[in-house]
Unconditional design. Structure first.
Length: 198
């Protein structure tokens, strides 16, 4: 059941997914990738060593693997940064290319999930979102970004539900895949499936 009353994503009978987004929501999603694309470009063109620090907003997208060993971290970044950049850019490109689509393939929907979660993480990092945060009132200058973060979280959850509906629901005994991004947020595993209760 959608918190907005109408489900945005539904599996069809042909292995794809129907996408029912109101025009205003599509317009928002059309605008959001620009900020992330600019951040990715600035990271890609930074002068200096490949291990130069990433902007704060991108830290969840480019996690530190070896915080106590600068040499190991430099080697890791030299190997992984290009691949991570490619992954994030390809997901954004698919979102932008299919923003007006009414039907998506499973691969396109997975790219939407990756792109929207990237956008959600960037906005959430900029807002310093934690489990204890209280959404500010409409007079707060950050209010629009909080609303955007909430909307993206809702849409990501619907995407996960649509995709896992195809795969079958996980059980408490389902093994968690290795988490490449660190602590899973919001009670979800890194792959978007619910984490079993401890």
């Amino acid at each position: 059941m959608s918190i907005f009353g109408v489900r945005r994503i539904r599996a069809d009978h042909h292995g794809g997914f129907q996408l029912r987004l109101p025009r205003a929501e599509r317009q928002l999603l059309r605008q959001l990738p620009d900020e992330l694309a600019a951040l990715l470009t600035s990271l890609d063109t930074q002068a200096g060593a490949a291990a130069s620090p990433v902007p704060k907003e991108l830290r969840r997208l480019f996690p530190v693997a070896h915080p106590r060993d600068a040499a190991e971290e430099a080697d890791y970044v030299a190997i992984s940064r290009g691949e991570l950049l490619r992954h994030h850019r390809e997901a954004l490109a698919t979102l932008e290319r299919t923003i007006d689509a009414t039907t998506l393939s499973a691969a396109e929907l997975e790219a939407w999930l990756a792109a929207l979660n990237d956008l959600r993480l960037v906005i959430g990092t900029g807002l310093d979102v934690t489990e204890d945060n209280v959404v500010p009132g409409a007079e707060d200058p950050d209010y629009p970004r909080w609303m955007c973060y909430g909307y993206l979280s809702f849409l990501v959850a619907e995407l996960v539900e649509a995709l896992t509906g195809e795969l079958g629901s996980p059980t408490d005994d389902s093994p968690a895949l290795e988490d490449p991004w660190g602590e899973p947020p919001g009670g979800l595993r890194w792959d978007g499936t619910p984490a079993p209760e401890q």
